[in-house]
Write a protein that binds this ligand. Structure first.
Ligand code: 0GY
Length: 304
C-alpha cells in the first residue's frame, strides 16, 4: 500500500554524527519506534499522522552507529493496536530488543502470550489528545489487570497540564508505571514551580513510578544546536532532567525517540542527542544507572 506522508513531515536524520560520549557497555536506547515500512506493515486507519518509513534495519543500524547494545521499541500511535511491525522488529533483534505494545480490550490471552514470547514487556496508555482518541478508563484498568500476571509494566504518555486529572488513575495502577518524556513539562515554567513539583511528588510518593528523561528536542523552547551552539543545545531541559536523574537515580531511563515523529521545527542529529546525556547525568555512575542498570532491571531482569 502507498501512503502519503503528513504535510510538512520531517524525515529522520540519515547521517547522524558519531557521539563524542562513549556509551557505557551494554547501554539501552529505551525509547524508540519503528514505522512500517508501510508497504509491509500498513499504518492504522485510525492514525492521526502518517510518517515516513523507519524500518527495524534502519533502527538497528543507528543502534550500532551510536554505540547502544539494545533497544526498547515502543508501539507508535500510527500503528494503532496492530503491533506487527514492532513485534517483527523484536523477533529480528537476536534478543537485543524488547517492546511495549498497544492493546485493546478484545486482546486474547494467546495474543498476549505470543507478544510476551517475542519480548514485549509492557503496554502503553496514551493520553496525548493530538495522537489518540479517548479510551475509557475502565478499559485501561481491565487491560492493566490482564497484563499483571505477565509481569508487564505500563508506559504512560501525557502532558503536564493533565497530570492533576490523571493522578488518581496513575497511582492506582497495580504495576510499575513508566512516564514518557518527564510527563512533558512546560519549560516556560520554573523547575521548582508547582507544575514540575507535582511530577516530582508523584515519583517521590510512588516508588513504582519511573520516568524517561528523554526528548530534549521535543520539550525545549530555547532550541537546538543551530540556534545555541552545540554546548548549549536544549539548555532549558537540563535542570528538569538533571533533577529527576539526581533525585531518582534508580528509576530513570533514556531513549533517542528515533525516528522522532511529529517534530515541526527541526530534526535532531541522534549523535548530538547522545552527547546531551552527560549534561543531565553528570557522573559515570549516574550514566551507568540511567543507560544500563535501570533498563536492564526492567526489560532484561533475567540477565541481572
Ligand atoms: C514520541 C512522541 C510522539 C508520538 C508518539 O506513538 C506516537 O505516535 O509517541 C509525539 O508526537 O509526541 O514519544 O515518540
Amino acid at each position: 500500500m502507498e501512503f502519503q506522508k503528513t504535510a510538512g513531515w520531517l524525515d529522520w536524520c540519515s547521517g547522524p554524527s558519531k557521539p563524542q560520549l562513549r556509551l557505557p557497555a551494554g547501554s539501552v536506547d529505551a525509547h524508540c519506534h519503528v514505522f512500517g515500512p508501510g508497504a509491509e506493515f500498513p499504518f492504522a486507519p485510525e492514525r492521526k499522522y502518517t510518517p515516513c518509513d523507519a524500518s527495524k534495519h534502519q533502527l538497528y543500524a543507528l543502534r550500532d552507529h551510536l554505540g547502544f547494545a539494545r533497544n526498547v521499541v515502543v508501539q507508535a500511535t500510527c500503528h494503532g493496536a496492530d503491533n506487527r511491525a514492532m513485534v517483527d522488529a523484536l523477533l529480528h533483534s537476536d534478543g537485543r530488543a524488547r517492546g511495549v505494545a498497544t492493546v485493546r480490550r478484545g486482546v486474547s490471552d494467546r495474543e498476549l502470550k505470543d507478544m510476551d514470547a517475542a519480548g514485549v514487556r509492557g503496554v502503553r496508555f496514551n493520553f496525548v489528545r493530538r495522537l489518540v482518541d479517548f479510551t475509557p478508563r475502565d478499559e485501561l484498568i481491565e487491560i492493566a489487570g490482564r497484563i499483571a500476571p505477565l509481569g508487564w509494566h505500563v508506559v504512560v504518555y501525557f502532558e503536564a497540564v493533565d497530570l492533576p486529572e490523571l493522578w488518581d488513575f496513575f497511582t492506582a495502577l497495580p504495576a510499575t508505571v513508566v512516564v514518557d518524556h518527564m510527563g512533558r513539562p512546560d519549560l516556560s515554567k520554573p523547575v521548582d514551580g508547582p507544575e514540575f513539583e507535582l511530577f516530582v511528588r508523584l515519583m517521590r510518593e510512588h516508588a513504582n513510578i519511573w520516568s524517561k528523561v528523554s526528548c530534549p528536542e521535543r520539550l525545549s523552547l530555547t532550541g537546538p544546536p543551530a540556534r545555541n551552539g552545540e554546548r548549549n543545545a536544549y539548555r532549558d531541559v537540563v535542570p528538569f532532567a538533571r533533577r529527576l536523574v539526581e533525585t531518582f537515580p534508580d528509576r530513570v531511563l533514556w531513549g533517542t525517540d528515533w525516528p522522532h515523529p511529529n517534530l515541526k521545527d527541526h530534526m535532531p542529529d541522534d549523535g548530538l542527542l547522545v552527547d546531551f546525556i552527560p549534561r543531565i547525568a553528570v557522573t559515570a555512575e549516574l550514566q551507568r544507572r540511567l543507560l544500563v542498570d535501570n533498563p536492564m532491571r526492567l526489560y532484561w531482569p533475567e540477565s541481572g
